[in-house]
Design a protein around this ligand. Structure first.
Ligand SMILES: C[S@@+](CC[C@H](N)C(=O)[O-])C[C@H]1O[C@@H](n2cnc3c(N)ncnc32)[C@H](O)[C@@H]1O
Length: 420
């Protein structure tokens, strides 16, 4: 690639990122907004998404740095340009002249008001480029109150700050091996880890289905369930299927159920790529029932997904916690129904990719009080550290665990045994 191609790719990625950021301000997820940049070349689309994510992880921090340099709050499109250039220069190591020139060009191209603001953009960003020390002293952006409050109440302010730092740092790429040959560094829990930004389809073993992408914390639910060859296991909320693949790899007879037919297509694709088998069923986990009682059930319940903010940094900006009451009520009903599907002595693993105790620890306590015969079995799997196990015997995983290794998603996992 020559220099001018590279520059035009970067410029395309910047305007793509700005389009994505504008869509997030309107309430879209980055996945939903992806259609806006569909016309760009695949590497530019990937760059645009990466840039947008990096800005979303730090936009409050960028705003705090910019505020003293601004006489009044700029128009939203100009503020986005300023944030983008700030993050490029101070967090991503972009050379100031390139980032500033690109920002001025983007401001000019945004219309007459942008043209009028381009001098201000230039002057402000020159000050920003000389503010590396101030930037380093600013804290990572806070989670919104509806999320931060319960986290502070459960684990204290230092933990909330450590989680925020992990959100800002983003997520590496984790793989779950099916075969012994799997790229990346082996983690103590059995997942393999590669640096963020690694191109998945270029890794050896992708086409052969020797592994699949799955965060190290997400992979723990099935390890805690410990499925055995020949056991009957239902994966009640299966799509896109990372956990179904783990269950099938163990040699269990797996039913993969999900309410979404379109998402189930992903499960089928993933099974086919990895040469694994499961019965795929479209249905409602609140009413579905197998012909025979099951040895085990995995309930990876729908939740706030607040454990995945490292890879979905738009989530705190577009959610307000309003749906939480309905979600926790649904989770409790799903647990109650899942227990009726088990044979006596069968086991249920309940999991949510949530940082909220209401979807984890409190859900476990409530299930135990609703079902007197039910017991919790403390999680046993390689790599689990004693400090990750809650008083009640659940497994609490947080983004600030393993800081030296690059963290993990937030998850709550509990292994329950139905009385025999
Ligand atoms: C957290 S995701 C599951 C992720 C999946 N276990 C994996 O590891 O790839 C939750 C899933 O629950 C499904 N879902 C939501 N409500 C459901 C219901 N009532 N019955 C079955 N599936 C449901 C959603 O369609 C979604 O695919």
């Amino acid at each position: 690639m020559d220099k001018s191609q590279d520059r035009s790719g970067r410029d395309g990625a910047r305007s793509g990122a700005l389009r994505l950021l504008a869509a997030v301000e309107e309430g879209a997820t980055l996945d939903e907004a992806a259609a806006l940049i569909e016309g760009a070349a695949p590497p530019d689309r990937a760059r645009a998404r990466r840039l947008a994510r990096e800005v979303l992880r730090r936009q409050a921090r960028a705003d705090a740095l910019l505020a003293p340099f601004l006489a009044r709050r700029p128009r939203p499109e100009i503020q986005r340009i300023l944030r983008l250039a700030t993050v490029e220069m101070l967090a991503l190591g972009e050379a100031p002249h390139g980032a500033v020139n690109a920002a001025v060009a983007l401001a000019r191209a945004s219309g007459p008001k942008g043209q009028a603001a381009s001098g201000m953009v230039n002057a402000v960003l020159r000050k920003v480029s000389a503010s590396a020390e101030t930037w380093v002293g600013l804290p990572p952006q806070h989670m919104p109150g509806w999320l931060r409050k319960p986290i502070v109440a459960a684990w204290g302010k230092p933990a909330a700050r450590a989680i925020e730092a992990a959100h800002e740092a983003g997520a590496p790429l984790d793989l779950t091996p099916k075969a012994a040959d799997c790229p990346g560094d082996a983690l103590p829990t059995g997942s393999h880890r590669l640096p963020a930004g690694t191109q998945v389809s270029a890794l050896p073993g992708y086409d052969a289905g020797d592994w699949w992408v799955q965060d190290a914390a997400a992979a723990m639910a099935v390890r805690v369930l410990d499925p055995q060859p020949g056991e009957t296991v239902a994966d009640l909320c299966a799509a896109p299927g990372g956990k179904t693949l783990q269950l099938a790899t163990a040699g269990s007879r797996v039913t993969a159920l999900d309410i979404s037919e379109s998402r189930l297509a992903r499960v089928a694709e993933n099974l086919a790529r990895c040469g694994l088998a499961a019965e795929i069923v479209a249905g409602d986990a609140l009413t579905w029932r197998p012909e025979e009682p099951l040895d085990a059930v995995l309930l990876d319940a729908p939740c706030s997904a607040t454990g995945t903010i490292r890879r979905h940094p738009e989530l705190p900006l577009i959610r307000d916690g309003a749906g939480l009451r309905d979600l926790t009520a649904l989770q409790a009903r799903l647990i109650d129904h899942a227990l009726t599907l088990l044979r006596p002595g069968g086991r249920l693993v309940y999991a949510t990719c949530s940082l909220l105790p209401a979807e984890g620890e409190e859900q476990l306590a409530a299930a135990l009080s609703r079902h007197p015969g039910l017991t919790v079995e403390p999680p046993q799997a390689p790599g689990i550290q004693p400090g990750w196990i809650t008083e009640q015997g659940g497994l609490r995983l947080r983004p600030d665990l393993w800081p030296e290794r690059g963290g993990m998603d937030g998850f709550f996992i509990a292994r329950l045994r139905k009385s025999a």
